[in-house]
Design a protein. Structure first.
Length: 194
């Protein structure tokens, strides 16, 4: 079987690429769609959480995501060291990384080498034996930010999204809760609008 097509479920026609990207704006429905895509695989599900609860509002957001997701996930809190988690996931499982934007935020705030960290993340996706679905934000459709840090972050995020999309077998854009397949094909039987 090709590395970029990993069977999901028990039906041969249900294929999940080794790397998928679900990208969209804030509150676009991207996380919910990614969760459904991962659940449809029928595999043991891993959730890599990159968010950190810096304040009460963020803690509430994290708690809401946990409640919505339910308890049938193996959760890994990895604000930065996603590669270490991906290296431990068995081939017959599936991974949801939510989200690349918060991971990148953590990298930038740590004043790490962004290009090096992004290259390491992409290498970890490629080396992971299980299929990986990545959630990321599209941050480039708004106005040009008024400060250098925000502009640099927007540029880093745009480049990271392009790199992930380039490596992914499936890319789905989500806007107003509606998915648009930008690259590849949804697994057979998966209803994107359900």
């Amino acid at each position: 079987m090709l590395r970029d097509q990993i069977m999901i479920g028990s039906q041969n026609e249900r294929i999940l690429p080794s790397l998928s990207l679900v990208v969209g704006g804030a509150r676009s429905g991207k996380s919910r769609l990614a969760e459904r895509l991962v659940m449809a695989s029928g595999r043991t599900r891993h959730y890599i959480a990159t968010a950190q609860a810096w304040d009460a509002e963020m803690a509430a957001r994290i708690a809401a995501h946990q409640q919505d997701r339910g308890t049938d996930w193996i959760t890994h809190e990895a604000p930065r060291d996603v590669a270490a988690v991906l290296a431990t996931v068995p081939a017959d499982h599936v991974v949801l990384l939510d989200c690349a934007t918060l991971w990148l935020t953590n990298v930038v705030l740590a004043e790490a080498d962004v290009a090096q960290e992004c290259a390491g993340l992409l290498a970890a996706f490629s080396a992971c034996k299980a299929p990986v679905v990545v959630v990321s934000n599209e941050v480039g459709w708004g106005i040009v930010p008024d400060n250098a840090l925000a502009r640099a972050f927007r540029d880093h995020q745009g480049r990271l999204n392009q790199q992930i999309a380039g490596a992914a077998g499936l890319v789905i854009g989500v806007m107003a809760g509606l998915p648009m397949v930008l690259k590849g094909h949804l697994p057979a039987g998966f209803e994107a609008n359900a």
